[in-house]
Design a protein around this ligand. Structure first.
Ligand SMILES: Nc1ncnc2c1ncn2[C@@H]1O[C@H](COP(=O)(O)OP(=O)(O)OP(=O)(O)O)[C@@H](O)[C@H]1O
Length: 603
């Protein structure tokens, strides 16, 4: 039968060509596996057509036959193929020497090591690889115990300790000689100790004497010349067990082991980093308000200031600006973070049910009240109660809410006994509560109780480049979630997003980006994908009109911050109080309504 002599840097071996088609390459799936990094996964095929052997090299590989470059070749006896760093020689007659001469044990050991390395190549699990490596090397040496030790933060850590039965060794640290390991680490060279107890160099070492060591072999694991660990093999019952050639084999194996370990450690690090990044992204999504610019600076400052206290906070801002997210962030950073965060949308619950929803009810309090039930106040005990759309709460309930907040106690519907509750309240409204007070639709005393500190969220259109930063964040998140090919925004889309007024604020941005990402057919999302047609874009105003609009908004905002106090607002803005008065007059004429926070002068 024809044979192929495979010669690589690490040795030679003979392979019988028993199949019609024999594949050769680095991949473990080949018939002839060669651990040559210069080879592609499959480098060539040798085809036996019943009479001749024909070699065909694969794309990406370069083959020479008897020194001449070829892609295919009919092979004759003794022909030499070179591919990558590997030589292959075909023999059509089995060499008699192969049968006559007994195999050289060191070559055999080397071959076993190569085979083992090939087998271990697929093992990239940094936790399990050390034990597998030791089992493999102990298989081909006569060691009865093996240790794989890594240098971690300057300390030597035993990552695996095995016996011949492929079991973990207990009390591993007490079974190795520190002096031998230290020498290998220091000199970066392997060490063989034939009879440790009688060796002049080692017989004085405490660890050697205490452990009654006989034969030890230890080789460094190197990465770019630096030691990152050692392979340590020992036998405590036989002296002169290891010979120089065993050390050679161990050195070769240690070089392979170094590569495999580095590879596995690198992969392990990348895996862990990947998990950490994913978790960070999730956490950010769930808990953090994103902002790249200045516009939210005041919001963040206030969140930080109030989070540690128990004061009530009123969050205002248009729909979709992130009011609930702010409430959650305050809770998350507060001493109540381990307690519940309970949100109630006061505008979404029918008036008749809201009281029982908030304060709970006793059995039989009304038709359908078949059992006594706690309300959201009780559920939030020890945590934070978020009252969303508080401006939609009916006046009668506002009185009860005020009492509950003042007394820190609630009375269930149908009950007479108040029960204490320990909660912190964060309220939100997208109505301007000062206007509601002026209309007589919101109680002023409740407003002051809720608004100990106010946080106003600017609409998205006033947040400058936040719109782009948020859009990119949502794009990345949804592209990952939906496996979309979208990778970024086309310049037209960026322009359109900057110009659009975003009446639905961050929620609208998130929804538009999500839809575009899901439907994306190209890597770059265009303005049309976001449904931002030119007629949706805010018109460009003459400069004076834009200035007037900004001034109006700004004065309203400062008035709101000052609870409608005109004198304080004028002082803050550095203008005459008459300017504020004229502004309010103009506003009143503009919307045709009477009243407003400016009507009541507060101290
Ligand atoms: N700064 C931000 N960073 C990341 N996501 C945000 C941000 N602001 C808002 N969002 C997202 O936008 C959506 C709307 O936010 P949220 O519900 O907090 O707004 P809201 O002001 O309470 O809305 P509404 O007044 O309609 O109740 C949510 O999905 C939220 O996660």
């Amino acid at each position: 039968m024809a044979t192929l002599l495979v010669k690589t840097a690490s040795g030679e071996r003979l392979v019988r060509l028993g199949r019609r088609l024999t594949s050769v390459g680095r991949d473990p799936g080949n018939d002839v596996v060669v651990a040559d990094p210069a080879l592609p996964a499959t480098a060539l095929h040798i085809h036996f057509d019943g009479r001749d052997y024909n070699a065909a090299c694969h794309e990406g590989a370069e083959m020479t036959v008897n020194g001449r470059r070829r892609t295919t070749a009919r092979l004759g006896d003794g022909d030499r193929i070179r591919i990558g760093g590997t030589d292959l020689q075909l023999s059509l007659v089995e060499p008699p020497a192969a049968r006559a001469v007994p195999p050289d044990p060191s070559v055999e050991a080397m071959r076993s090591l190569v085979r083992l390395s090939e087998r271990l190549l697929g093992n990239s699990d940094a936790a399990r690889l050390p034990a597998a490596l030791l089992d493999a090397v102990m298989d081909v040496t006569r060691a009865e115990k093996g240790f794989l030790i890594l240098l971690e933060d300057g300390e030597l850590q035993i990552r695996a300790a095995r016996n011949l039965a492929q079991e973990d060794l207990a009390d591993a640290a007490a079974r190795v000689s520190d002096s031998i390991i230290q020498k290998v680490v220091r000199t970066r060279r392997p060490v063989i100790v034939a009879d440790a107890l009688h060796d002049r160099e080692w017989s004085g070492s405490d660890s050697v004497v205490n452990l009654k060591l006989c034969s030890v072999m230890c080789a460094p694991l190197l990465e770019r010349g630096e030691v990152f660990g050692v392979l340590y093999l020992g036998n405590d019952s036989v002296v002169n067990l290891f010979e120089e050639k065993d050390l050679e084999a161990l050195t070769v194996f240690a070089a392979q082991a170094s590569l495999l370990m580095q590879n596995a450690l690198l992969l392990d690090g990348l895996r862990r980093e990947n998990v950490a990044l994913r978790e960070a992204a999730q956490e950010r999504r769930a808990g953090e308000l994103l902002s790249a610019g200045e516009s939210m600076r005041e919001v963040f400052r206030r969140i930080e200031k109030v989070a540690g206290t128990d004061v009530s906070v009123l969050v205002s801002g248009e729909t979709g600006t992130g009011k609930e997210l702010v409430a959650r962030e305050i809770h998350r950073r507060s001493p109540r973070a381990a307690g519940p965060f309970v949100a109630v949308n006061c505008g979404a619950i029918p008036e008749a049910l809201l009281e029982s929803e908030l304060f709970g009810h006793v059995r039989g309090a009304f038709t359908g009240a078949v059992a006594t039930r706690p309300g959201k106040f009780q559920a939030a005990s020890g945590g934070t109660l978020f009252l969303d759309e508080v401006g939609d709460m009916p006046l009668l309930l506002q009185v009860k809410l005020l009492r509950a907040l003042a007394d820190r106690a609630v009375t269930r519907v149908g009950d007479t006994q108040p029960e204490p509750v320990d909660i912190r309240v964060v309220a939100a409204s997208n109505r301007v509560l000062e206007d509601e007070i002026a209309r007589g639709a919101f109680r002023e005393d409740l407003y002051y109780r809720l608004n100990v500190v106010s946080i106003r969220l600017p609409p998205l259109r006033e947040r400058g480049d936040d719109v782009i930063a948020l859009a990119r964040f949502f794009l990345q998140q949804y592209a990952r979630e939906y496996g979309s090919r979208a990778r970024g925004f086309a310049p037209g889309a960026v322009l359109a997003m900057r110009r659009y007024a975003w009446p639905g604020n961050v929620r609208e941005l998130e929804n538009r980006v999500k839809k575009a990402v899901v439907l994306a057919e190209k890597a770059l999302i265009a303005a049309g994908d976001l449904d931002l047609a030119p007629d949706l874009l805010a018109p460009v105003l003459p400069l004076q009109e834009a200035k007037d609009a900004f001034q109006r908004r700004y004065i309203n905002e400062v008035l709101a911050r000052n609870g409608g106090n005109r004198t304080r607002t004028a002082k803050d803005l550095g203008v005459d109080p008459r300017t504020i008065f004229r502004h309010l007059e103009a506003e009143r004429r503009g919307d045709g309504e009477d009243g407003g926070p400016g009507d009541k002068e507060r101290p």
